[in-house]
Design a protein around this ligand. Structure first.
Ligand SMILES: *Cc1c(COP(=O)(O)O)cnc(C)c1O
Length: 397
């Protein structure tokens, strides 16, 4: 064949020069995958052969990271797990629910969910004929009564510990009650990561994550993930929802999460140690009304947290004496601690829930769930704890 013209050389793929295997996960920045022969494509599209075709369906970088996290969530199980990475934590939740639910179904959940999840359930799924019932999932008798009374409940959706009061829910007890009524269960495990808590071990059906937080840990990307048991009846429907809603994760975001995963246990150990230390010191401070940290023995759910979690994690909140003005003054004094509306990064972050993460949650629901005007949320980082305390104590005045 004659030498190709200049323009064709430009357009053609760069040659794959791989010789030895790369030490680190390659980043497959490609929208599609090629078929050597038309039959290959037919075999894959008809499901006779496994293969990558289009990155909205699946991508090797994304798949590797999804499987790695699925293996961590399923660490205690005999049965393998599947993982589906998504474009964000929110899309993990919307994809899971789209896969599991249909009009007429109801979701039983708690009032103190991540603010975006509450909004999603009311404003998006509500319009599609999927109703949400908010209840206290820590009240197991109450949960039992709801399940008994309403056969249209299809899913119990829980978050433990919950933002920002660190309220905990007994996952094994919830799973047991749900199974007795043939109801599915899903848990947002973002605050714990599988290093601190593995809901599937307690017979929960599905786990979702905002990998944006601790799993990534470095605050440089947005992504999410759904994990379930390989044999789950709804597995195909969930994957289909991801593919058709187009909530797939970008390979670059997945690749960043993989970097974070390498140090997950080291980071979570330090987050937990620092948070425990700060919680104890804050609890003894005169300008602090109370501290919410499930690692403190006087936290109402300390006992559940103690057997369900291996450590208590890096999130805590506390109420400053006074009101909004005092909370704002404290935050503006901080120098080492940064004001940023996220959590789970290596550096310590502070947030005022009433005017940020929970701004769009109904004021009544907000107050009922302990989000008062003086409440401050800390995502405790992995810095030196004495430097952190100096900054916090100094800013409390
Ligand atoms: C941040 C967060 C989400 C949403 O995740 P995004 O990645 O921001 O879409 C869901 N649940 C919890 C507990 C979160 O902290």
């Amino acid at each position: 064949m004659k030498q190709k013209a200049f323009a064709s050389l430009c357009v053609g793929s760069a040659k794959d020069t791989t010789t030895t295997a790369p030490h680190q996960l390659p980043l497959f920045a490609t929208s599609s995958f090629v078929f050597d022969q038309a039959q290959d494509g037919i075999d894959i599209f008809t499901g006779q052969e496994q293969g990558h075709v289009y990155s909205r369906y699946a991508n090797p970088t994304v798949d590797s990271v999804a499987q790695k996290i699925a293996d961590l969530e399923g660490f205690d199980l005999d049965e393998p797990c599947f993982g589906i990475m998504t474009s964000s934590g929110m899309s993990a939740i919307s994809t899971l629910m789209s896969g599991l639910l249909q009009a007429g179904d109801k979701v039983l959940t708690q009032g103190n969910l991540y603010g975006g999840t509450t909004e999603l359930l009311i404003k998006v799924f509500g319009k599609l004929g999927i109703e949400v019932i908010f209840t206290d999932l820590a009240d197991l008798d109450g949960v039992g009564r709801h399940l008994q009374a309403d056969p249209s409940i299809r899913l119990i959706y829980a978050e433990t510990p919950a933002n920002p009061t660190l309220a905990c829910i007994d996952l094994a007890a919830i799973a047991e009650r749900a199974k007795a009524h043939d109801v599915l269960t899903a848990v947002d495990n973002t605050f714990c990561t599988p290093y601190l808590q593995r809901p599937l071990t307690y017979d929960i059906d599905y786990v979702i994550h905002s990998t944006t937080k601790y799993l990534n840990g470095h605050g440089n990307g947005i992504a999410g993930l759904i994990v379930g048991k390989q044999g789950a009846a709804e597995r195909k429907a969930i994957w289909q929802a991801m593919k058709l809603l187009g909530t797939n994760c970008s390979p670059w975001e997945a690749w960043l999460v993989n970097n974070g995963l390498k140090t997950l246990p080291l980071r979570m150990d330090r987050h937990s140690q620092n948070a425990m230390e700060l919680a104890q010191r804050l609890a003894g401070h005169t300008k602090v009304n109370f501290v919410n940290y499930c690692g403190l023995p006087d936290h109402p759910h300390h006992e559940v947290a103690s057997w369900q979690m291996s450590q208590y994690g890096g999130m805590l909140s506390f109420e400053i004496a006074g009101g909004i003005a005092d909370a704002v003054a404290f935050m503006d004094q901080l120098k080492l601690v940064t004001q940023a509306p996220t959590l789970g990064d290596v550096d310590t972050l502070v947030l005022h829930p009433a005017t940020s993460s929970h701004l769009n949650v109904d004021a009544e629901l907000r107050t009922a769930n302990g989000i008062t005007d003086g409440l401050i949320r800390l995502s405790v980082g992995i810095e030196d704890v004495e430097d952190l305390w100096a900054d916090i104590e100094g800013s409390l005045g």
